[in-house]
Ligand binder design. Structure first.
Ligand SMILES: NC(=O)C1=CN([C@@H]2O[C@H](COP(=O)(O)OP(=O)(O)OC[C@H]3O[C@@H](n4cnc5c(N)ncnc54)[C@H](OP(=O)(O)O)[C@@H]3O)[C@@H](O)[C@H]2O)C=CC1
Ligand SMILES: O=C(O)[C@@H]1CCC=N1
Length: 289
């Protein structure tokens, strides 16, 4: 019996409070993996009914467009995922407070939002998971950092880890490291996409068709990531194997070094982590005001 089957996830009700990109990535991953029937998942938002219609059509999930209310879905849920932007988190927590009970598991994906801030809003004894997934969860290749409040039970931990490992890999980290996870793997896909955009642009400038450019770049990134994963060799070692003395790669890498490529990436990851802290602090301020 698989870990997920043991947790009994198939018979639970999951509610996503916030129905944007990240909620959709997780839901799509769970449905693709056939872990839970779509009608056991509800996706809720504030006012964008068109978005809910689209999600209902696309995945068969429950939404309030079918005459029910957020309240009913929130009360029934075994697990509530908090998936709104940090700036909306304090208001959303205040809204759900009357409907949540201690039996429910709260899983937040909100960047910067601390377990203690959630506890302050909905009750210190609540079972709270702070997570930092990424959008690659959509295709089962996500990377998620997970931290628990003290009241999360061993069964709830198993369930959480089973959910996130079904849509990728996960790392259980001390909550103090969640900002680092945000800088690395939460925001990380965007850095890689940005890099790919530049590669495609250069390929077009050099005369390749848009189609060929994209295909070559995608396969290059996929192949490089898979090489690191499947050979177990360090990226630096693999880089050396591509780089012939005085060859083309060396010429390119020298230009990158002149333009502080590595330093820029390192600084960018630090800045994302720092920004997660700022977002969390802003939520804390809005809770205590
Ligand atoms: N996108 C990503 O790559 C990642 C995002 N995250 C985190 O996920 C969270 C969501 O991000 P993302 O999915 O990109 O955001 P989106 O803007 O795509 O979606 C936000 C959703 O929250 C809803 N919402 C806002 N306020 C409320 C409220 N009071 N009650 C109910 N629903 C509400 C919005 O509904 P409406 O449209 O009706 O206002 C919308 O459906 C963020 O906190 C982010 O830090 C974490 C990891 C990766
Ligand atoms: O950009 C953001 O704030 C969110 C958190 C990590 C990825 N996206």
């Amino acid at each position: 019996m698989s870990l997920l089957t043991q947790t009994g996830i198939a018979s639970l009700q999951l509610s996503f409070y916030g129905a944007g990109s990240m909620a959709e990535a997780i839901v799509r991953g769970l449905i693709n993996e056939k872990l839970i029937a779509p009608n056991r998942i509800s996706m809720l938002n504030r006012h964008n009914k068109e978005r809910l219609s689209e999600l209902h059509e696309r995945y068969g999930v429950q939404t309030v467009i079918q005459g029910s209310s957020n309240e009913a879905y929130l009360r029934e849920a075994d697990i509530i995922f908090l998936a709104m932007k940090p700036k909306d988190a304090a208001a959303a927590l205040a809204e759900i407070k009357p409907y949540v009970s201690q039996k429910q598991l709260i899983i937040s994906v909100i960047a910067g939002l601390s377990i203690s801030s959630i506890g302050q809003m909905i009750g210190e004894q609540a079972a709270i998971v702070r997570s930092m997934p990424n959008t690659s969860s959509t295709i089962g290749l996500g990377a998620t950092g997970i931290s628990y409040s003290e009241s999360v039970t061993p069964q709830q931990r198993l369930l959480t880890e089973a959910i996130f490992s079904s849509i990728g890999i996960n790392a259980i980290v001390d909550e103090s490291l969640q900002q680092a996870v945000t800088g690395v793997s939460g925001s990380g896909p965007a850095y890689v996409y940005h890099f790919m955009e530049s590669m495609i642009e250069a390929a077009s400038q050099l005369g390749l068709s848009q189609e060929a450019a994209k295909e070559l770049v995608v396969q290059t990134v996929l192949g490089a990531a898979e090489m690191v994963r499947s050979t177990g060799e360090e990226p630096a070692e693999l880089r050396r194997k591509v780089t012939s003395p005085n060859g083309t790669t060396q010429a390119a890498l020298e230009l990158m070094a002149e333009r502080h490529f590595s330093e820029t990436i390192i600084k960018a990851v630090h800045r994302s982590a720092e920004r997660a802290g700022e977002l969390g602090a802003a939520i804390e301020r809005s809770i205590t005001e």
